[in-house]
Design a protein around this ligand. Structure first.
Ligand code: CA
Ligand code: FE
Length: 534
C-alpha cells in the first residue's frame, strides 16, 4: 500500500537511483567479499561506560505462553546513532521479574549480555512462571534502571477462560501522524496487542506529515536500526509496549514496499535484495520482543508462530511476505503490485502462493491439531474479495489476497473441510477498516461464509480517499463496512459464545493528544461467521 501515492514515488525512484542505494549495493558486495566483522570483548567486571539514559527505547514483552514470555530492551543511550551510543563491547544487564508492580516480590532474575552484534538488544525468556497472571519486570545496567514493564502469561490449555481482550494494529507511518491509538489502549486493560505489519516505514511518502524521519530510505543495517530506534522513541508506542505483551507479524514496509520473497519493488538483483532483507530482518529481530528461536539467519527468519489462551483462543501469526510468489502481471519493467483485469492469466495459476507451501502445510497441521473455541489468523493483507471494477469486467489489486486467488481458495476450502471452529482473519495494510464474511468461493457470494475478516485501519499512515472505499463497497456487498476516514485500531472482546470487534477511530493524529470514538461494533456469534452490527 498505498497505490496512488506510492506509484508516484516509485516512478521517481526508478528515474534516479539514490546515492544511498548505490552505496548500499556496492557496500554489500564489499561486505560479502570481506566476511562480516566480529568484535567481542566481554567486560563483565568493569562498570559499563553508559553515560546518559541507556533505556531510551523502553522495555517490551511478547509471545506469552502459560509459563514464559519474552522480555525485551535495547541499551542505546544515543538511540539514533549507528552504534546506539554504545562501545563495541558486551555488557552484562540484570533482569528481574516480580509478582508486584513495585518489584518487591522478585520471582525470577538473572544476567543477560547485550552485544554489539545485536545492537545491544536483549531478549530474555524467564521460565516456570504461573499461567494467566500479571508480572512486572525491569532491567538494570550499571547504576541505571529501566522503567518497570507489566506483562501477562497466557492461560494453560484445558483451562476454561471467560473473556479475553486484544487490540489489533497496523501501519504506523511516523511522519504521517502521532501514535494516539496506543495512548488510548492504555485504558483498555488488554491481554495482548497484535501487530499485523508496517511497524516502520522504510521510506517517506504521501502528503506532508507532522514529523520527519530525518533520514532517507533505509537500505543498510545501520539505516534500519536507526529507523526502529526513531519509532521506538515515540512515547505512546513505548508506553503500549511497557503495558502489555505483544505478538507481531510483518508486512512489506519493514523491508521494502510490495516486496515478494527475494523480489524487491524496484526489481533489484535478488542477491542484492536478499542482503537488504537480511539487514531489515535483523533490525526487526533486534527491536521486537521475539523469542530466540526466531533469530534470523542471513535473509531468513521464521516469524510465523502459534499461541493460545486456555480453551478460548488460538492466534496464528502468518508471514505473507517471505515466501510468496511474485505479484502477478506487474507493469512492464517493474515488480510489485499492479491493478490487473481478467486478462492476467498468471493471476489464477494454482501454483501461486501467499504463504509458501511449507507454511501453508504447517498452518493446516496447527489448526487441525491445536484449535480452540476461536481461531484467529493474524496476517498482513486484505483477504476479502474485492473486484474494483463495478462493470462486468474485473479489476484486482495484486499485492493482497485478491492477487493470490488459488492460495485463498485453498485456505477457505481447508477451513471448511476441516471444520475449524470460528476462524477469524485479522488484517491490515490498506489503511482502512473493513469487516466482512469470507465466502468459501470468494467470487460467489451465494457460497457459504466460512470465516470472518476484520481489517484494522492504520495507526497513522495516510489512506486512499473514502470515495474509493465507498465504490469498492458498492461493487462488493460482502464488505459490511469499508472506511478509510479514520486512523485507529481494532479491539476484540472474546468470550466462548461471541467475539465483538470495536473499530476505534481517533479524532485526529495531527496533534499528539486527541479523543477517540467507537466508529462501529460488529459481533460474530460462535458458529455463525458472518459479522453482524452489534
Ligand atoms: Ca504494499
Ligand atoms: Fe501500510
Amino acid at each position: 500500500m498505498v497505490r496512488a501515492i506510492e506509484s508516484i514515488r516509485l516512478v521517481k525512484q526508478n528515474a534516479r537511483m539514490t546515492k544511498s542505494r548505490r552505496d548500499f549495493l556496492s557496500g554489500t558486495l564489499a561486505l560479502v567479499a570481506a566476511g562480516a566483522p566480529s568484535t567481542r570483548v566481554l567486560r563483565a567486571e568493569a562498570t559499563p561506560r553508559v553515560t546518559s539514559e541507556p533505556f531510551s527505547l523502553g522495555v517490551a514483552s511478547g509471545y506469552p505462553t502459560p509459563t514464559s514470555m519474552v522480555l525485551w530492551t535495547r541499551i542505546a543511550p544515543s538511540p539514533l546513532e549507528p552504534d546506539g551510543g554504545m562501545a563495541p563491547e558486551v555488557f552484562p544487564v540484570k533482569w528481574e521479574v516480580a509478582t508486584d508492580s513495585a518489584m518487591k516480590a522478585v520471582v525470577r532474575s538473572g544476567t543477560a549480555f547485550a552485544s554489539p552484534e545485536w545492537a545491544h538488544s536483549l531478549h530474555v525468556e524467564p521460565q516456570g512462571l504461573e499461567s494467566g497472571r500479571d508480572y512486572w519486570y525491569r532491567f538494570t545496567i550499571g547504576d541505571a534502571q529501566s522503567a518497570i514493564g507489566r506483562t501477562r502469561t497466557a492461560t494453560a490449555k484445558g483451562t476454561k477462560l471467560d473473556r479475553l481482550r486484544l487490540a489489533v494494529v497496523s501501519c504506523q507511518q511516523y511522519e504521517h501522524g502521532y501514535f494516539n491509538a496506543y495512548r488510548h489502549m492504555l485504558d483498555d486493560n488488554l491481554d495482548l496487542i497484535t501487530h499485523v505489519g508496517d511497524y516502520i516505514y522504510e521510506v517517506s511518502w504521501g502528503a506532508k506529515g507532522v514529523r520527519s524521519h530525518g533520514t532517507p530510505e533505509a537500505y543498510t543495517l545501520d539505516d534500519y536500526r536507526a529507523r526502529y530506534a526513531l519509532y521506538k522513541t515515540d512515547p505512546d508506542l513505548s508506553a503500549a509496549h511497557a503495558a502489555y505483551p505483544w505478538v507481531v507479524t510483518w508486512d512489506d514496509h519493514e523491508v521494502n514496499n510490495d516486496y515478494a520473497d527475494d523480489i524487491s519493488q524496484e526489481n533489484d538483483d535478488p542477491d542484492l535484495f536478499l542482503a537488504r532483507r537480511a539487514a531489515a530482518y535483523r533490525a526487526y529481530y533486534e527491536h521486537m520482543p521475539l523469542p530466540a528461536r526466531m533469530i534470523p539467519v542471513g535473509p531468513k527468519m521464521r516469524l510465523h508462530s502459534h499461541y493460545s489462551y486456555g480453551d478460548l483462543l488460538s492466534i496464528t501469526l502468518l508471514d505473507g511476505r517471505q515466501y510468496r510468489s511474485p505479484e502477478a502481471c506487474p507493469r512492464p519493467g517493474f515488480a510489485g503490485s499492479n491493478n490487473v483485469t481478467q486478462d492476467c492469466a498468471e493471476l489464477e495459476l494454482e501454483s501461486r502462493t501467499m504463504l509458501g507451501s511449507r507454511q501453508e502445510a504447517w498452518l493446516g497441521g496447527i489448526l487441525k491439531s491445536d484449535n480452540r473455541a476461536w481461531n484467529l489468523l493474524a496476517q498482513g493483507t486484505v483477504m476479502s474479495y474485492i473486484d474494483e471494477d463495478p462493470s462486468a469486467n474485473k479489476r484486482f489489486w495484486t499485492d493482497a489476497w485478491n492477487g493470490y486467488p488459488a492460495a485463498r481458495a485453498r485456505l477457505m476450502n481447508f477451513l471448511s473441510s476441516a471444520k475449524i471452529p470460528n476462524p477469524v482473519v485479522l488484517s491490515g495494510d490498506i489503511h482502512a477498516f473493513i469487516a466482512s464474511g469470507l465466502h468459501q468461493t470468494a467470487a460467489d457470494l451465494e457460497s457459504p461464509v466460512v470465516a470472518s475478516e476484520f481489517v484494522t485501519t492504520s495507526v497513522s499512515a495516510q489512506a486512499l480517499p473514502q470515495s474509493t472505499l465507498s465504490a469498492w463497497q458498492a461493487a462488493n456487498p460482502n464488505l459490511l463496512v469499508a472506511t478509510s476516514e479514520y486512523r485507529g485500531y481494532t479491539r476484540l472482546d472474546i468470550t466462548p459464545a461471541r467475539l465483538q470487534a470495536d473499530l476505534i477511530a481517533m479524532d485526529s493524529v495531527k496533534t499528539p493528544k486527541s479523543g477517540r470514538k467507537t466508529l462501529h461494533s460488529f459481533a460474530v456469534e460462535s458458529g455463525r461467521p458472518l459479522p453482524v452490527k452489534a
